[in-house]
Write a protein that binds this ligand. Structure first.
Ligand SMILES: *[C@@H]1O[C@H](CO)[C@@H](O)[C@H](O)[C@H]1NC(C)=O
Ligand SMILES: *[C@@H]1O[C@H](CO)[C@@H](O)[C@H](O)[C@H]1NC(C)=O
Ligand SMILES: *[C@@H]1O[C@H](CO)[C@@H](O)[C@H](O)[C@H]1NC(C)=O
Ligand SMILES: *[C@@H]1O[C@H](CO)[C@@H](O)[C@H](O)[C@H]1NC(C)=O
Ligand SMILES: *[C@@H]1O[C@H](CO)[C@@H](O)[C@H](O)[C@H]1NC(C)=O
Length: 407
């Protein structure tokens, strides 16, 4: 999958900001690792037994469904989608010791987070990981220090420059909201070069050497841990946005309400009068629960059948109807459906092989215009049958499109 380049992204921000400040989502620089999708597993595991592939695929797909479910209803979406870096952060005072001397660093401040030269978020499905990589040309750590050993005491200002810094960390893909870490290892940060200068009163030769253990310890253990924790926090919202974008193609109902549910036409049994149902609006589609029941793998026939169960609870909505009597009757219907059950079985290796079966439970349809009981019965039946056949089509279409996106 290709994503907007940095330039497109900037242009997008600039041009969109005027009109739709709310819809900036495509601007996060993310990508999805298609080689890490569940349906790629069988190919990757060639040589393994059907049973082994089956187990791995079940776990991978179940996890993907978990991420899909987290999207449903948008209840876990962040209120403010973007995370922004603050350019600087304070670092706690730190006293560092080696066997010969102590250095205390205080009033420490590190700067340079805003000017990153790379910022990428990569979604890796099967390992259930989101890998975030950010690069910077330079950070500056400034503050004051005291140096002391048995014969010498010195204090002054210091400046430590770090160059070609990289932050590379993985966080879980599923439960991105509830199980997002507050800390990542300090080793998430690495750098190519360090230059330290200590403005001393005397000649403090050892501090010209950036390898001096107290400086290394301060930078690599103390500063990096605090900075890593800060970056993992700052990147959270962008990672959530990236996951929401990556999972979109797999969402069967993108919104809770579908204002364009397809209509249906037919003829009444009695008298053969034509009818139509149009402008159907259905709400409650986010009350969907999806579970993987079974995966059956048979590589010899290129088969990885996934059996899913989907349930949508508490739907309601309305439609317009028309009876083509000699004097046409038009009116509105409202409906409530306790539950819709869908069983679907599809081949993850051949997306055209898909079969869905839908049951509409306890539909109650009310008509705002007086029509005969027979007409009501026919219209209600037509409405329910239409919901069933449309859902069968929508479900299989979404599943096969999701598989097709892999080549
Ligand atoms: C989040 O993404 C926006 C849009 O690309 C970007 O401006 C911002 O710097 C990113 N923030 C972080 C913390 O990566
Ligand atoms: C966007 O991400 C890609 C990798 O996914 C990376 O190569 C590129 O440098 C990133 N662009 C920016 C502006 O961070
Ligand atoms: C204390 O530090 C100073 C400055 O680096 C050094 O010249 C001196 O030899 C050190 N004294 C001892 C006892 O290590
Ligand atoms: C979902 O809702 C959004 C905003 O309310 C709208 O822009 C979008 O077209 C809707 N998508 C579908 C598939 O109805
Ligand atoms: C779905 O499968 C279950 C268990 O096999 C069955 O009880 C139920 O009737 C099926 N529902 C539909 C809509 O086919």
């Amino acid at each position: 999958m290709q994503r907007a380049s940095a330039i497109t992204t900037l242009v997008l921000i600039a041009s969109v900001a005027f009109t739709y400040a709310a819809d900036l989502s495509p601007a996060v620089n993310w990508s999805s690792d298609d080689d890490a999708l569940p349906e790629v597993l069988p190919k990757k595991m060639s040589g393994k037994t059907d049973d082994e592939i089956q187990k791995a695929l079940f776990q991978a797909y179940e996890n993907q469904l978990k991420v899909i479910s987290e999207y449903s209803g948008h209840v876990l979406d962040p209120e403010f989608p973007y995370g922004q870096f603050k350019d600087e952060m304070p670092v706690t005072n730190a006293r560092t010791s080696n066997s010969q001397s102590d250095i205390t660093f205080y009033n420490n401040n590190i700067r340079g987070f805003v000017g990153y030269n790379k910022n990428s978020i990569n979604i890796k499905w099967v390992p259930n990981q989101v890998v975030t990589e950010i690069g910077w040309k330079e950070w500056n750590i400034r503050g004051r220090y005291t140096f002391m050993n048995s014969s010498f005491f010195d204090q002054g200002k210091y400046l430590i420059k770090l160059q070609d810094i990289k932050y590379l960390a993985g966080t879980t893909l599923s439960e991105n909201t509830e199980a997002y870490p507050s800390t990542v290892p300090k080793s998430s940060i690495s750098y190519k070069n360090i230059i330290s200068s200590f403005i001393t009163s005397g000649s403090l030769e050892i501090l010209k050497n950036s390898d001096f253990p107290n400086i290394k310890h301060f930078v690599e253990d103390i500063v990096f841990q605090q900075v890593a924790d800060r970056i993992v926090k700052d990147t959270h919202n962008n990672i959530t946005v990236a996951i929401r974008q990556a999972v979109k193609p797999y969402i069967i109902f993108k919104n809770d309400t579908d204002p364009n549910f397809p209509g249906v036409t037919g003829k009444l049994i009695v008298g053969g009068v034509g009818y139509s149902i149009t402008n159907t609006v259905i709400s409650g589609l986010s009350n969907i629960e999806q579970k993987l029941k079974k995966i059956a793998v048979k590589m010899a026939t290129n088969t990885a059948m996934a059996d899913l169960r989907m349930t949508v609870h508490k739907l309601d909505g309305k439609f317009d109807f028309k009876l083509e009597e000699s004097k046409p009757v038009v009116g509105k219907g409202t409906f409530a459906i306790t539950r819709i059950d869908v069983n679907v079985s599809f081949n993850m290796l051949k997306p055209a092989e898909c079969k869905a079966e839908t049951a509409v439970n306890q539909p109650v349809v009310k008509y705002g215009t007086k029509i005969s009981a027979d007409s009501e019965k026919t219209l209600t039946n037509a409405f329910v049958e239409n919901v069933k056949s449309q859902l069968n089509t929508i479900v299989c279409k979404t599943l096969s499109q999701m598989i097709k996106s892999v080549k």
